[in-house]
Design a protein around this ligand. Structure first.
Ligand code: AQP
Length: 331
């Protein structure tokens, strides 16, 4: 049986990118695999977070996991900081990693640049993000990790770190494979369609949030940057805006790009954008309804308490093996 691990940071309000690239794809695995879905709040603090917001977003993200269709009876849902083995193995992974390979990570380079501009400094946690991510995955001996395409480099480094550890200290970790969806692997900004849609983007028009109202979603898609060519055609280089909207359409409708091109032949962008907006609204409305029922409920805490206990049980087994292999124990 496959073992699945994945997580999302409570670093802002979840985007359509997080949903199509990750969360939506978590759901089917819970029927066939052993699944661990984590709210990675220790990753979120690699960038400064207001503490009240971080606390609130952690709970909200858990509610969103469940509202989107994760079933706590089938999957283990938990908060990263409530399972101490993540930080403990994370440190061991940091000590197995090299500064040079961390500095080569494109996410580090782009986030470091943003942090320096915004905060005037680069948090060290940004550099050590990948070894912590490796620890998250390796603790559960995950075989498959459903993530968006932007995580490719981090998945490669996870495998490298696991291999390096196994070679040096003996076979402890399973080497995980990455799994990405075809259509929603990378949802781009609506205003700058050559950059990834991100929850920390300051431009509100660039990002569709999962909790946006129908009205707002329609307005944002109407304003999405396209081009002057006027035909719905998939060409990421020359029509990045239209291609992005086509990817969103395809990820929700299940249609191929050729089918979408045919549907809008000779129609310009108005009808196409309206249909994309309708699809997104239709997909998000039931999620939003379930989310509102769940957020203040005590049921959420019970689910997360149980999830943390189950995750801890599994994580401890791997952690014990790892410290014994490394000699990091006394008795
Ligand atoms: N635009 C995207 N398209 C497809 N997948 C995406 N993911 C994120 N953005 C897109 C996927 O969502 C999962 C969780 O991401 P994360 O929260 O751990 O961090 P991130 O990739 O850094 O996401 P953001 O939205 O860009 O967050 P901030 O702004 O805080 O850095 C991952 O599987 C990711 O691939």
């Amino acid at each position: 049986m496959e073992i699945i691990f994945s997580g999302i940071q409570p670093s802002g309000s979840l985007t359509l990118g997080n949903y199509l690239g990750a969360l939506k794809n978590f759901i089917p695995f819970q029927d066939t695999a052993e699944c661990y879905y984590c709210i990675v709040n220790q990753h979120a603090i690699t960038m400064p977070q207001p503490s009240n917001l971080l606390h609130e977003r952690t709970r909200n993200l858990a509610a969103l996991y469940i509202a989107a269709g994760l079933d706590p009876k089938k999957a283990t849902i938990f908060v990263q900081s409530e399972v101490p083995e993540h930080a403990l193995l994370g440190w061991m992974m940091i000590c197995s990693a090299y500064v040079g390979e961390m500095e080569r990570m494109t996410q580090y380079k782009s986030k470091a640049q943003k942090a320096e501009k915004k905060e005037g400094f680069i948090p060290l946690g940004l550099l050590t993000y990948p070894p912590l991510m490796a620890a998250d995955i390796l603790l559960y001996q995950a075989t498959l990790v459903p993530v968006g395409e932007d995580q490719t480099q981090h998945m490669e480094i996870t495998r490298d770190l696991a291999e390096r550890f196994n070679r040096k200290y003996g076979e402890v970790f399973t080497l995980p494979k990455m799994w990405s969806p075809e259509g929603g692997a990378r949802v781009m900004s609506l205003q700058e369609p050559t950059s990834k849609m991100s929850k920390s983007d300051d431009n509100e028009w660039a990002t569709i949030h999962m909790l946006d109202t129908a009205d707002v979603i329609v307005k944002k898609i109407k304003r999405a940057v396209t081009d002057s060519l006027g035909h719905v055609h998939y060409d990421k280089e020359n029509q990045p805006g239209v291609s992005n909207l086509m990817s969103i359409h395809a990820a929700i409708s299940g249609k191929t790009f050729e089918e979408i091109e045919k549907m809008y032949e000779g129609q310009g962008y108005g009808v196409f954008k309206k249909d994309v907006a309708d699809l997104v609204v239709e997909e998000m409305t039931p999620v939003l309804q379930r989310y509102e029922e769940l957020t203040g409920s005590p049921e959420l805490d019970e689910i997360l308490d149980e999830g943390a206990a189950k995750a801890h049980e599994k994580a401890k087994v791997t952690y014990d093996k790892a410290i014994h292999a490394m000699g990091l124990y006394r008795k």
